[in-house]
Design a protein around this ligand. Sequence first.
Ligand SMILES: Cc1ncc(COP(=O)(O)O)c(C=O)c1O
Length: 234
Amino acid sequence: MIPSPGNPTGVVLSEAELDELLEICRRHGLFFICDEVYREFVYDVPLGQRAPSVLSRPDPDNLAIVIDSVSKRYSACGARVGCLVTRNTAVRDAAVRFGQARLSPATVDQYAGMAALDTPQSYFDAVVSEYSSRRDVLVSGLADIGIDVDKPSGAFYLAVALPVEDATAFSQWMVSEFTLDGESLCVTPLEGFYRTQGLGRNEIRMAYVLEQDILRRCTKILGAALQEWQSRGA
Ligand SMILES: Cc1ncc(COP(=O)(O)O)c(C=O)c1O
């Protein structure tokens, strides 16, 4: 199961990479569940273009299953409405049975989800342009405090390696004890996203879901917090 565009890295898989993963699944008798909830959120491509979908790739054995949700596309986190899309009828039948047996989204959320389908393309163009600018503001703010990151091409997250040993301890300290002009910063330690123990210890995830001015303040707070953390010898 792989998200593309990815949370927490923002990586967008290319068509060739999707083909390669499908081939690996075919060889090992696996389904390929691709979480594409961020597929509208892709940058540095013409407006309106989406991330490549695994469902658009050759897949004679119908191994591809896409997971989708309304929550990112329409900024509707909390609406518990999503779906599973596949050409595999056996998987579809099993999912329908699960749905009928025990899972059922709230009626009001379903009506809201249907209304959201009428959202015009101009909404997505404006949102994607804004997120692209927010990404650039965050990346350049990080560069100003000496942290270089690869520019992600999708979703709205950045994986950031910090000059600290334990990013979880640093993040906890920052949000509970550190302020700059009365403000602090809440980030997500990245270690928990890794399967391999020990990886990501010095990394955090930053989400660029706030306004550009706030993101500029965020990198200032992070820079000042890192300086103080290092001066404490932590
Ligand atoms: C890749 C990915 N898939 C799914 C979800 C959750 O979607 P929902 O709000 O529909 O539970 C998230 C939320 O952060 C996500 O990052």
